[in-house]
Design a protein. Sequence first.
Length: 388
Amino acid sequence: MTVVYLDNAATTPVDPRVVETMLECCGPSGDFANPSSVGHEPGRRARARVEQARAEVARVVGAAPEQVIWTSGATEADNLALFGAARFHRAKGRHLVTSRTEHPAVLDCCRQLEREGFEVTYLKPGPDGIVQPSQVEAALKPETILVSLMHVQNEIGVVQDVGAVGRLCRSRGVLLHVDAAQGAGKLPIDVERDCIDLLALTAHKVHGPKGVGALVLRREPRLGLVPMLFGGGQERGLRSGTIPTHQVAGMGRAFAIAADEMQADAERISALRLALYESIAALPNVELNGHPTQRAPGILSVTVDGVEGESRLHARADLAIASGSACASAHAEPSYVLRALGRSDRLAQSTLRLSLGRFTTREDVQYAASRIAVEVARLRSIAPVALR
């Protein structure tokens, strides 16, 4: 049976070239030693792998290698950035600004900080999903210490102008945190040019291994953070724990490949996304979610009105698709992102999120479009009259 993977939030394959690098760090003859044990040659070889990966990740985001702190993924990087910065700088102020459509790793941190006495302003994006820099500016207060804004929205794929927000924040002495899990390696982003103080990254969105990520810190002036993990003092004392050499090396290789192939991948994947959307949009009562052009290459979110019980479409064995992000797929509630854009609960529950990546083919897109058209017609034919 053909299975088409269009839920790359959950099923992004690891690039075989990345697997090759990771295997070089495993097994009796691999560079598997503890990279903190630099008193012997195996440890030094492992350390060299880690530092090479640090440089490879840094190159993609315009940073120096020493700015990269390894984490278990973007969720941990977001937590370290928000808790670390807010708690360290709380004497300067206790106000933060974010948007209603941020990833739960950011929103849940903000709610916890509210319980600790911080104030958070949640900006509402426009119907196209874009948060305007002018909204951020209007929300800033004398006691604002941090703004957190996602680079690419993980459900609908819109791209925020984090550079404009970064320059605004820098001029006001406010820190900017950006979750770039969905954007780094797919679209240009530069921590120096865009005035980003804290940048969260993950490996698996660029066909690297799951379970490893990084937080990129501003270089000058040095940024104070309160660590969340304590122990061996690895990663400049900000993230203690033995560094998983094979995971880190895999992330480095994934980012190196992404840097070399970013433009070609973006052009090809954007064309496939457009072809997929045009096929689905040929059906009646289909609406695109998010800005039509200010968006990442590989994420497509469409509302298919009149389809009741669309979960049956998601459950097709030959299509790996979703209605929202993977982190929220276990919850039956309508997408908070789509509701923030003004979608009703009914329309939010009639939405498909389709992702395309490096290994998606035109044949995949054609097959998926045909199967979706058949299933939508079938589900609409059995829907109650009020939903047709």
